[in-house]
Design a binder for this molecule. Structure first.
Ligand code: UDX
Length: 481
């Protein structure tokens, strides 16, 4: 199209795209609000009537920075909610599949929700639509989706299936979506590539980042995002390989932390030293109690299962997984080492979420720790700034468990306090006050939140990960260190 002697591409001519997002979980909901923020007309679909009613009424179902503001900004304007997937698909040009892909009993991803959504969408494909895999799925899923659509009566010329993996982290999901390191589009046909570019155009040309009402981001992206177009299969692999690599980085530093403890060095210094090499990078080198959450444990396993299914033994990933579970056991050993017998002891636990900044407790090492403590006969008092509500149903029938009002109350009368989620507010606790409420001043920190000198000064016996144990308690009482 020619206008005033200038070529106007499709994106400029028709910037707004009608989008349906199937699934209103972490990925679907964030994608839906962010697409609305980019100026598109979005309908977000879920089979859960109560959730759709709550979202329509303006309730925010998950704890996620910036999500409440964006929901308030777009709900009833560019963003609506429904349970009617068929209609949403019929009224849209692009349909993002963001339903759950939980782990099946055998370790593979269970794609039954993807299949159910796709089968339902098939009937709505009377004109061309782009189906987008947004959920984390194994490589070659796009072919299965295509086959399912055809089997359910869709005509081949009426759709393309592309892969647009999501790399957002819970807690910073909105910012990760709008200010990503890269956008990956795995599409095998030009028509779909063109439509995907229309969707991401404000991020590609940087116009979003010049808008006065943009969500502020830590990165400068005025020149636009890195936008990678690949084959559908490559995009699927990029997603799994990225998560597996990050999990490997965490297991690597956790393995190094064990060595640090044995030789008496400090893993935070070692991590800073190795991370300064740009080829390695500083991020995801925090030693701790092992990775958790809805992605890494599931994706590592699904990735080596996929590899297995095509005849490759991805042994490295099995070791990554093993190091991760041993790391948690090692943490519990530190508690036993400090308290001797656990039966009848009062233990305070700070944290339930699988990491700081979220209320998500799926595959949370913190939940496993609480369960182990209870199984060993401890009385447990736990506090988390955001995840208590989500944790309650998982731990409800435990008489020896108390949900405390704050960190100090969780520590009250405790023989030891465990720090298992990296919330900023835990790092800012008044240590003298904390010590004064505890029975024994023993802190076992699985997230290295405190400086060794500070803990020693405050009179704690302090165990952390990959660092020396300090014993301000023994020193004060004239004991030996
Ligand atoms: C992850 C990926 O980062 C994201 O790109 C993908 O889309 C989904 O999975 P998320 O699960 O939200 O995101 O959390 P992330 O911040 O990656 O942390 C995962 C786990 O690793 C947490 O349990 C965290 O505590 C742990 N972790 C992370 C460490 O133990 N050390 C680190 O250095 C970083």
């Amino acid at each position: 199209m020619q206008r005033w002697g200038r070529v106007v591409n499709q994106a400029e001519a028709n910037p707004s795209v009608k989008i349906a997002v199937a699934g209103s979980g972490y990925v679907g909901l964030i994608a839906a609000v962010c697409f609305a923020e980019l100026g598109h007309q979005v309908v977000c679909v879920d089979i859960d009537h109560a959730r759709v009613a709550a979202l329509t009424a303006g309730e925010v179902p998950i704890y996620e920075e910036r999500l409440p503001e964006l929901l308030a900004k777009h709900r009833g304007r560019g963003l609506s909610f429904t349970t009617d997937l068929k209609k949403a698909a019929r009224d849209s040009e692009a349909i993002f599949i963001a339903v759950g892909t939980p782990q099946s009993a055998t370790g593979e991803a269970d794609l039954s929700q993807v299949e159910a959504s796709v089968s339902e969408i098939a009937a709505s494909l009377s004109e061309y639509k782009m189906i987008v895999e947004k959920s984390t799925v194994p490589v070659l899923t796009n072919r299965w989706i295509r086959r399912t659509l055809l089997t359910n009566g869709a005509r081949a010329e009426n759709f393309d299936v592309i892969s647009n993996p999501e790399f957002l982290r819970e807690g910073t999901a909105v910012e990760d979506f709008l200010y990503p390191d890269r956008v990956v589009i795995g599409a095998d046909h030009a028509r779909a590539r063109e439509l995907a570019r229309r969707i991401y155009q404000p991020m590609i040309d940087g116009s979003y980042y010049r808008r006065a009402d943009r969500v502020p981001g830590a990165r400068e992206l005025g020149e636009g995002v890195l936008y990678l177009e690949t084959s559908a299969q490559s995009a699927e692999l990029i997603k799994h390989a990225s998560n597996a690599f990050l999990a490997m980085k965490i297991s690597f530093i956790n393995a190094v932390s064990n060595l640090c403890e044995l030789v008496g060095s400090d893993v935070t210094e070692v991590a800073r030293g190795i991370g300064a090499d740009e080829r390695i990078g500083q991020r995801f080198l925090n030693a701790g109690i092992g990775y958790g959450g809805s992605c890494f444990p599931k994706d590592v396993r699904a990735f080596y299962k996929v590899a297995e299914s095509v005849g490759y033994d991805f042994e490295l990933l099995k070791v990554v997984e093993r190091i991760n579970s041993v790391q948690l056991q090692h943490f519990m050993k530190k508690l036993r080492g400090a308290l001797w017998n656990l039966r009848g002891k009062k233990v305070g636990v700070l944290g339930l979420a699988f990491k700081g900044g979220t209320d998500d407790v799926r595959e949370s090492p913190a939940i496993q720790i609480v369960r182990t403590l209870l199984a060993e006969g401890c009385q447990v008092s736990v506090y988390d700034p955001a995840a208590m509500e989500k944790a309650r149903p998982l731990l409800a029938s435990e008489p020896e468990l108390r949900f405390a009002e704050d960190s100090y109350s969780a520590a009250e009368g405790a023989h030891a306090l465990l720090v298992v989620t990296e919330w900023k507010e835990f790092a800012q606790l008044d240590l003298e006050r904390l010590r004064s409420v505890m029975r024994y001043p023993v802190v076992i920190d699985g997230r290295n939140l405190f400086k060794l000198e500070r803990m020693e000064q405050a009179g704690f016996q302090y165990h952390s990960v990959g660092r020396a144990m300090v014993n301000g308690f023994a020193t004060e009482k004239g004991g030996q260190r």
